[in-house]
Design a protein around this ligand. Structure first.
Ligand code: PLP
Length: 482
């Protein structure tokens, strides 16, 4: 590592990235390249001799950027946002610069301790119950993704229940969720060895705005117990991926508790909004949960990856996931004086991810973060109003946070044709490069999703999105391809 070279190249790279952000609106939001495009542009093998940074940056401009879908564009409305910010970027830079691997406390005490402190800070901002704080048996940990968060708590819960009922009962364990739960749960079940027939995917429909009905859960649990099966894991949602549905946590948690079921709450996207007192109600009932997850890398200005998981009982994780090979033994760990985050996660190695979250919290402060969330929700409200005023469209489910779910209305009740028209509209909009939306299906209807939450999105972008025109929406003047 040559410090002076780092200084020179680092400045050049920061300039490059700053220019990228300055010109981001000039790129098609959704990359328009065809599969395999890069193979035709790059050599078949690595260079034998060093090349210059200029050569590489030239290639980034001409060959890589065309294959980028611009998640940080102000008109990126697909999926859920994946925020980048100056503070998040600086934290990533510092983490790369320090280059530590913080699997055990001893490998960099600051990495473990900062993570514990910052997760406590955020737990307090979310007003999570005290049991989730690190001062008792609980605590928070940064995972790479919400999928990993679900997997580690499921494995912890699995080991806990198997200790109670016997190791041979794996085939009897049952998992519960609504059909709106993210596919990450299915993947966790596959990895954790849950029998596919023991995954209860309970129907949630428009009558509850796609929230899980507690009666359905109770019915399924009772039936399984009667059949000699063992209910062990429930995933509740605050802000589902399709439509931001919010499950009734308190009622679900009550059923979970009385049946010794682990209750995990997935608030991957919407959790961020709950730092605002007026949105905190959506996690009411979280006190009944065993674990809670939100992705700071979605809508909390923290660069990917930074998924926050809190548990009330850290020992459920460590009893399932800890290893103690000779080559990792050290005094602090042996004396049980410290947290070793390697035992709270799947991999051994881990990055210093708390730095970027710490930077975000310190450089912006809670009040700015609340305003940031509120602004996106206001923009989504404005869009929802524009859609509902347009006779050709409908808002499909009431907006709660910053996602608007809408579609072109059917003609003569022809739902099949209506789905095709919505698919065609989505293709036309996205191939225009002006904005990027994604879609979902709700009760068989193809629905367009406009998730507002990119840091650069302003009122003018949302207004422009709904302006009548060839690729924008509004007053039925869009041109459909058929
Ligand atoms: N849960 C919800 C509600 C989500 O919206 C998502 C992704 O969008 C996930 C889980 C999976 O997130 P990750 O990519 O962090 O695994």
């Amino acid at each position: 590592m040559d410090s002076e070279q780092l200084r020179e190249y680092g400045h050049r790279m920061v300039d490059f990235i700053a220019d990228y952000y300055k010109t981001i609106e000039t790129f098609p939001v959704l990359s328009q390249v065809q599969p395999g495009y890069l193979h035709n542009l790059l050599p078949d093998s690595a260079p034998d001799q060093p090349e210059t940074v200029e050569q590489v940056l030239d290639d980034v401009k001409t060959k890589i950027l065309p294959g980028i879908t611009h998640w940080q564009s102000p008109t990126f409305y697909a999926y859920y946002p994946s925020n980048s910010s100056v503070a998040g970027f600086l934290g990533e830079m510092l983490s790369a610069g320090l280059g530590i691997v913080g699997f055990s406390w001893v490998t960099s005490p600051a990495a473990t301790e900062l993570e514990m402190i910052v997760l406590d800070w955020l737990a307090k901002l979310l007003n999570l119950p005290e049991q989730f704080l690190s001062k008792g048996n609980g605590g928070g940990v940064i995972q790479g993704s919400a999928s990993e968060a679900i997997l580690v708590v499921m494995i912890g819960a699995r080991e806990k229940v198997l200790r109670r009922v016997g190791k041979n009962a794996l085939g009897k364990l049952v998992v519960y969720s609504s059909d709106q739960t993210h596919s990450a749960l299915q993947k966790a079940c596959q990895i954790a060895g849950i029998h596919p027939e023991n995954c209860r995917v309970l129907k949630a429909d428009s009558s509850t705005n796609y929230a899980l009905r507690p009666e359905l859960l109770q019915e399924a649990v009772s039936k399984d117990i009667e059949a000699g099966l063992i209910p062990f894991f429930l995933c509740g949602n605050v802000g589902t991926t399709s439509s931001t549905a919010v499950d009734p946590l308190a009622a679900l948690g009550k059923i979970a508790k009385s049946n010794e079921i682990w209750f995990h709450v997935d608030a991957a996207y919407a959790g961020s909004a709950c730092i605002c007192p007026e949105y905190r109600q959506y996690i009411d009932g979280v006190e009944t949960a065993d674990s809670f997850n939100m992705n700071a890398h979605k809508w909390f200005l923290t660069n990917f990856d930074c998924s926050l998981l809190w548990v009330k009982d850290q020992y459920v994780l460590t009893e399932a996931l800890s290893t103690n090979p000779e080559f990792l033994k050290n005094k602090a760990s042996q004396a049980n004086l410290v947290v070793d985050y390697k035992d709270w996660q799947i991999p051994l190695g881990r990055r210093f991810r708390s730095l970027k979250l710490w930077m975000v919290l310190r450089l912006y402060g809670a009040e700015t973060l609340k305003s940031y969330i509120r602004n996106h929700i206001k923009l989504a409200k404005d869009l929802e109003q524009l859609v509902s005023q347009d006779p050709n469209f409908e808002v499909v489910t009431p907006r709660i946070f910053s996602l608007v779910c809408f579609r072109i209305l059917p003609v003569d009740n022809d739902e099949k044709e209506c789905n095709n028209r919505n698919r065609n509209l989505l293709d036309a909009v996205n191939s225009s490069g002006k904005l990027f939306l994604s879609h979902t299906a709700l009760s068989g209807k193809i629905v367009l999703r406009c998730a507002i939450g990119a840091p650069l999105t302003e009122e003018r972008h949302v207004k422009e999105t709904w302006k009548p025109g060839v690729v924008n929406f509004g007053k039925g003047s869009f041109q459909e391809t058929s």
